[in-house]
Write a new protein. Structure first.
Length: 258
């Protein structure tokens, strides 16, 4: 049900993982380990799935802190008082935000995706963590840069000490986009190299590269950036909006200071 993120295995002070779609109790079309409360699945099933996944990681599902995820670039500092926000109900998730940062131990940050990029960050010098949900809109608005900036501004974090993982998400192999998406990126100064043209005169968008470039521009060393390179559309074991259709579950990525 959960995969420990290999790139973070060397850091004993954090827990970081991404869920798969298998091993849960949700019924089709959310079969079976849907982790999201906002997609129409049975609430009790989702909470069971979250509890099982968190138990495998040795964390409390009741302590999860979840963002509202509005496809923007706002990043919020999470305190102990935010513990449990969005853990059992969407209504009390951290409002109007797609990025979370914290220095509080045993407060797990979570995002839910089904093609969008989950970005997980550990700043090793200050021992703080961050997480963001990066769809194409958030990526075009430079949510990855905003996440690193949040660690800098809230904790005095150093980009050179940041270690980042881009979790399972749609890859450049499967993400065909139209001209409105290309225009949004071009107007915001993103490099042309994140696009390649398709045979039908549309474009493939490489969101892994787009976010990695932002991180490097913000000062994160390229050697500190890891990409799972697991495409949720064409790899087995993940929920995918593009692959499954509009009604499907969500994968959960989580990071926590011990």
């Amino acid at each position: 049900m959960v995969d420990i993120i290999a790139a973070f295995r060397g850091f004993e002070s954090i827990v970081a993982a991404a869920s798969t779609r298998e091993g849960g109790v949700s019924e089709p079309p959310y079969d079976s380990a849907n982790m999201a409360l906002h997609v129409g699945d049975d609430r009790a099933a989702v909470l069971k799935n979250r509890a099982q996944a968190c138990s495998e990681l040795g964390i409390s599902a009741a302590d999860l802190v979840c963002a509202e995820q509005v496809h923007g670039n706002r990043v919020v500092k999470v305190t102990d008082g935010d513990r449990g926000s969005g853990a059992t109900c969407c209504d009390d998730a951290v409002p109007g935000t797609d990025g979370l940062v914290t220095g509080v131990p045993e407060v797990p940050l979570a995002v839910f995706t089904a093609d969008c990029v989950p970005i997980l960050v550990y700043e090793a010098k200050r021992k703080v963590v961050g997480m963001a949900h990066a769809g194409w809109r958030g990526t075009s608005l430079r949510i990855a840069e905003a996440l690193i900036r949040g660690l800098e501004e809230e904790f005095g974090g150093d980009p050179m000490s940041c270690f980042v993982v881009l979790g399972p998400s749609v890859g450049p192999c499967c993400y065909e986009v139209g001209p409105e998406v290309v225009t949004a990126f071009r107007e915001r100064g993103h490099p042309e190299e994140i696009f390649s043209r398709t045979e039908n005169d549309k474009f493939w968008l490489d969101m892994w590269q787009a976010n990695a470039i932002q991180l490097q521009d913000k000062g994160v060393p390229q050697s500190n950036i890891s990409c799972s390179r697991r495409c949720t559309v064409c790899s087995d074991g993940y929920f995918s909006f593009r692959g499954d259709g509009a009604v499907t579950g969500r994968n959960m990525s989580v990071i926590m200071l011990k």
